[in-house]
Design a protein around this ligand. Structure first.
Ligand code: NAP
Length: 300
């Protein structure tokens, strides 16, 4: 099936691109492999998206998807397993056997969770170690848990977990947080949150599931008996099979101009998979609009 524009990735960048593409009169297909809304679906509360007020990540994701559907975009929940973006007609195949072609192609595949690499991280993954507090936090209601990281994700997850868990230990490698002061203040006001700064995780242990972690701070090792550890130490770009078609930065992000154009004619990048200065919902939405309008201009 042929579309004017195919968008790979149904996060805020991809769904915004779909709306702008449709409003310019183009046929648009969005292909998403996991969850429409992307990483925002894992956010307990979004408070800094203009005009929306406090909204849960899933609620925002639903609104984004509905917006793209209302605009008339087609959507596929499927994984792109092969891509040929080099020619004038862009071609992809999906895991469920779909074959799609387009005149322009927008890569908005976002990013994936970064892992820390300590012994036991993979072994207990899904069995005490999680990368999403909203998805798994409820399993540890009333228990002692830990969060690793110092960005907004870690701080937000710690706030969320402090409301349902017995205690939360927040482990961060430096002495100050990268995340917002407002969230730090909220955590400081909670009686069940402990901060362990300048610390690294040495290993995870337990019989069948996680029973604790060993941490090291200032040369002193300590065992923390926690039932869950939520790792929230940032994300890496998820370019996957599109990587061969792109020039990339040293840390793996797709390189483009601020117009979201790549070196390949008709191929654009938007959102967190693109190298840029600020990674926020608002800038991802902005990328989606810019990439779609650049694609429309390319097509005409
Ligand atoms: P981030 O801001 O990059 O923070 C990652 C944290 O993990 C940093 O504190 C970093 O430590 C730590 N870290 C990274 N690698 C590590 C390692 N190998 N060992 C130990 N610690 C490590 O990532 P994020 O929190 O996922 O946020 C990503 C972006 O999304 C940010 O721009 C954030 O503001 C935004 N965000 C927005 C919302 C919202 O509600 N609007 C919610 C969540 C996230 P250092 O500080 O020492 O580098």
């Amino acid at each position: 099936m042929y579309y004017d524009i195919i968008v790979a990735g149904g996060g805020i960048a991809g769904l915004t691109a779909a709306v702008y593409g449709k409003r310019a009169g183009k046929s648009v297909l969005v292909i998403e492999k996991e969850a429409f809304g992307g990483q925002i679906t894992a956010s307990p509360l979004v408070e800094n998206y203009p005009a929306l007020g406090p909204v849960s990540g899933t609620e925002l994701a639903d609104k984004l998807l509905q917006g793209a559907l209302d605009a008339g975009a087609d959507i596929e929940l499927d994984e792109i397993v092969s891509a040929d973006l080099g020619g004038e007609t862009k071609k992809v195949k999906t895991a469920f056997g779909g074959e799609f072609e387009s005149g322009a192609f927008i890569i908005a595949t976002g990013s994936k969770h970064r892992h820390l690499g300590f012994p036991g991280e993979e072994e207990y993954s899904g069995n005490g170690i999680s990368f999403c507090a909203v998805c798994d936090g409820a399993f540890y209601k009333g228990q002692d848990v830990a969060v690793a990281g110092g960005g907004n994700t870690a701080l937000q997850e710690a706030v969320y977990l402090s409301e349902i868990c017995k205690s939360v230990t927040l482990i961060h490698r430096r002495d100050s947080f990268r995340g917002e002061e407002k969230l730090v203040g909220t955590l400081k006001s909670r009686g069940n949150v402990r901060f362990v700064m300048g610390a690294n995780i040495v290993r995870a242990f337990g019989e069948k599931s996680l029973e604790g972690i060993e941490i090291s701070a200032g040369g002193v090792n300590e065992s923390l008996p926690v039932k869950a550890l939520f790792v929230a130490v940032g994300r890496d770009p998820d370019l996957n099979i599109f990587a061969p078609f792109l020039s990339r930065s040293e840390d793996g992000y797709a390189l483009s101009g601020e117009d979201c154009k790549t070196e390949l004619p008709g191929v654009f990048v938007a959102g967190d998979c693109r190298k840029k200065a600020v990674y926020q919902l608002t800038t991802a939405a902005s990328d989606g609009a810019v990439a779609a309008l650049a694609a429309v201009s390319y097509l005409s």
